[in-house]
Each structure stands twice: as C-alpha cells, then as structure tokens.
Design a protein around this ligand. Sequence first.
Ligand SMILES: Cc1cc2nc3c(=O)[nH]c(=O)nc-3n(C[C@H](O)[C@H](O)[C@H](O)COP(=O)(O)OP(=O)(O)OC[C@H]3O[C@@H](n4cnc5c(N)ncnc54)[C@H](O)[C@@H]3O)c2cc1C
Length: 373
Amino acid sequence: MTNYLVVGSGLFGSTFAYEAAKRGHHVKVIERRDHIAGNIYTKEVDGIQVHEYGAHIFHTSNKKIWDYVHQFAEFNRYTNSPIANYKGEIYNMPFNMNTFNKLWGVVTPEEAQAKIDEQKAILNGKKPENLEEQAISLIGTDIYEKLVKGYTEKQWGQKATDLPAFIIRRLPVRLTYDNNYFNDTYQGIPIGGYTQIVEKMLASDLIEVETGVDFFDHKQEYIDQYDKVIFTGMIDQFFDYQLGELEYRSLRFETEELDEDNHQGNAVVNYTDAETPYTRIIEHKHFEFGQGNKHKTIITKEYPAKWSRGDEPYYPVNNKQNNHLYTKYNELAKSEPKVIFGGRLGQYRYYDMHQVIQASLQLVGQEFGEKII
Ligand SMILES: Cc1cc2nc3c(=O)[nH]c(=O)nc-3n(C[C@H](O)[C@H](O)[C@H](O)COP(=O)(O)OP(=O)(O)OC[C@H]3O[C@@H](n4cnc5c(N)ncnc54)[C@H](O)[C@@H]3O)c2cc1C
C-alpha cells in the first residue's frame, strides 16, 4: 500500500485519487483554492449551474472516456454552437455555410469556396509569415477582419501581424450548414454541473481532502512525509523558477446576476471586434436549456489578461521557446523521483477535460502496472 499526496483537486488529480483509492491506497488531496474540482468547478445559484472558470463543454470521440465519465454524472445533449457578435452583426460559428450565407449571400458550398479562394488570392501564393497572413490564407479577408482579427488580438494581447502563424495552423471551416463547434462523436454537459463528478471521485474513505492549503507552504515536509506526490500545479513554480518562467495567459471573469429570464439567447456569444474589451459573454442557464429561476439569469464576461506571478495561469503559451524551457524542467523533474507531474500545469500542455482524464488514467496504468486505456 502506498501513501499518495495529490496536489490539486482538478480532474487530473481527482481521477488519479479515485483510481488509487479503488486499489486500496491512501490518498491525501490538498487544494490551494477553497473548493475542489479545479477549473471545472461549477456552483449552483438560483437553480443555475455557474461555470466559475469559463464555459466548459465536455466532448470526446473516445467511447471509453465517455463511458468512464458517465460513472460520475448523467450528461445532457448540449451541443456547442457559439455565435459571434461583430459590432451588432450576428454570425454563426464555427465558420460554416450559415456564416458564409450571412456574409456574402452565397447559397452553395461551391459558391462559398469560390469566394474564399478569391479573397485568399490577395496573398499571391506567399508563404504566411504571421497570424494575419495565415488566417487570410485559410479563410480570406472578410472573415479574418470581422471574426478573427479583433478576437485574436484581444486573446493574445498582441497585433495579429506580430503573432506567429502557427497559432492558427487550422481554422475550422465547414462547407455545410452545421453550427456544431466540435467534430467529436460525443458531447454534453453534466446535468447538475461538474463539481459532482469530482465530489464522487473523492468520496472514498481512503481519500482525505484539505482545501485552502498551498503545497509550497510545506513543500519539503510533504515530499518527505509521503511515498509519492502527484503534483498538478505549475512545474516551473515547483522548481522555484530556477530555469526561468514559463509563460501563461490569464483571464478575468466578471459575473452579474440580472433580473431577466433570457439575456442573450445563447450560452456563448463571442465579441469579435477590437473595441469590446471582453472576448465573450457566457449565459450559464443555456448550458442546461434555460433551467433555473425564470426571473433571473447569470452572465459572465471573460476578459483575457496578461499573466504574472500570483495570477491564475489559465492557458500555457505553447510556443517554441516555452516548450523548449518546459523540456528542461521535465529533465529536472528526474531529480525528484518521488514526484510525478501531471495535468495542464504540471505537464504545461493545453489539455481538454477528456484528454486530462485519459492522461491521468495512463498514469494509473503505469503506476499500478495495468492496461487501462
Ligand atoms: C476558460 C477555460 C475554458 C475551458 N473550456 C473547456 C471546454 O469547453 N472543454 C474541455 O474539455 N476543457 C476545457 N477547458 C480545460 C479544462 O479546464 C482542463 O482540461 C482541466 O480543468 C484540467 O484539469 P487539471 O487537473 O489538469 O487542472 P486544474 O483544473 O487547473 O487543477 C489544478 C488544481 O491544482 C491546484 N493547485 C495548483 N497549485 C497548487 C498548490 N501549490 N497547492 C495546492 N493546490 C494547487 C489549483 O488550484 C487547481 O485547483 C477549459 C479551460 C479554461 C481555462
């Protein structure tokens, strides 16, 4: 029997804790925030499940992961179909025949493709050297100007002409009238929110959970005290930034409760112009088809923010330089044989929920010598 310490009660740490306890091991989970579940945390207000850290839609094509997560919650049939608001004009996302019809009046896929090709020609076959050129080479100038430029510049805090082309290697372009954002086979939102998934994962008698506790307050004692540590915080912080800082993007959320039933008619509306300071507004009740108080609704404005130490690191910035630095931290991790780094921050990788569950189950397989996934 092993005594594990799991640092961070997000999906990676909690999946591991659940599987370890199922095999009879003791697990202590510590969490810096005052609640469990990491960034998938949802909280009920007025009968509405509020996604505290941004819109979370579960999607996967992996049947095993879809079945796995169903042990912990029932899912609704929510399909992610965000809309874009460009200075009051509404467009469907991802870019599809509905978008092209509204923009250009085209009706057939052939007409839409011809329009995109005509606009791409402005580059004269030049190899894209920045994000602007890359976007135009993929979807032409109109969509770039109205739906990509302002949004992307707000997201990254830089001009599109200064951003590298690789950020948008591909843009989802569909020549069908299909507003479903994801291509995956399965998607939905857990009925009753995400927090219950983690609550159930951590419910075993063999798991002890402590919130409001920062690992770094007693780092060495923890490492000495436990047989193994599963660390899901920032890998550069673990090593006291000794090789330099990895870069992250942060976010600021502004949540309001409004005395109306239906504010924007959709769960997610992206604001794609440069002037509106936020990138999107989420209206939480639409994730569960308007369930909750009929006289109230809750909306959250999402503002991209520069990250500096002490801020929440929402997105790793996986450019060449940061990935190279991460490789060096990963090498350094070998000097800590008792510590396993996992999850979005521990592995410095933009994992979606299904990927983080899969990565955690792979670790379970390695740790217990089983073929799980
Ligand atoms: C805005 C946003 C929207 C997203 N939308 C989607 C989506 O629609 N679909 C999808 O599949 N995925 C989405 N994701 C990704 C999803 O949130 C992640 O896949 C998942 O939460 C990662 O789980 P994790 O356990 O790796 O990390 P986290 O959820 O970040 O958990 C890590 C935990 O460790 C804690 N911690 C860190 N350092 C310490 C410390 N020193 N001591 C104690 N505790 C510590 C943190 O407080 C945190 O709770 C989104 C992410 C963001 C940011």
